[in-house]
Design a protein around this ligand. Sequence first.
Ligand SMILES: Cc1cc2nc3c(=O)[nH]c(=O)nc-3n(C[C@H](O)[C@H](O)[C@H](O)COP(=O)(O)O)c2cc1C
Length: 172
Amino acid sequence: MKKVLVLYKSKTGFSKHYAQWIAEDLQCDLANLDGFDKDSLNDYGLIVYGAGLFAGHIRGIARIKRWMKDSPGKTWVVFATGTTPAKESYQELIFKTNFPTGEVRPAHFYYFLAGINYEKMGVFDRLLLRFFSLMDSRKRNTSRARQTSIDLTNRDYLEDLLRYVRLKARQK
Ligand SMILES: Cc1cc2nc3c(=O)[nH]c(=O)nc-3n(C[C@H](O)[C@H](O)[C@H](O)COP(=O)(O)O)c2cc1C
């Protein structure tokens, strides 16, 4: 049985929330990527990494990909959280953007609808988001999205990931 670790990076709490649910269901260790010592990875055979999206990019993924390259014997599962509706095409786009062909890739990738929290967001992120929303509304010729916080996280979304991790953890 592989020892499992759930690692997360979370600016406004959504990815942390999903990571906590996963660790609770799998009864495994949970850690924040910020301040995490790479050497501690030696204790684990399967690592689940999750973080929020920033303009299509998974936060912290450059470091994770370096670690994936340095530890070919381990199984990596990655999830991203965002506000875009969870369609298969979006999950595929995010996968391709973050794991281009020829680069190191996780065993499985998931995308979960999460939400937006303006209260916990830094000024820089708030300004950027306002800019993105303005650009998007111009492109679509619609009015700008409302700037209110919303939590769309749902524990049920984790079903496939949990099944997959349980199966992989049992394999040699
Ligand atoms: C500057 C900025 C850019 C974002 N870009 C995306 C994006 O490209 N796609 C998406 O679905 N959500 C995007 N979001 C929403 C966040 O990814 C979402 O709130 C995420 O769940 C945050 O995770 P966290 O709370 O764990 O940090 C963006 C948010 C900010 C502030």
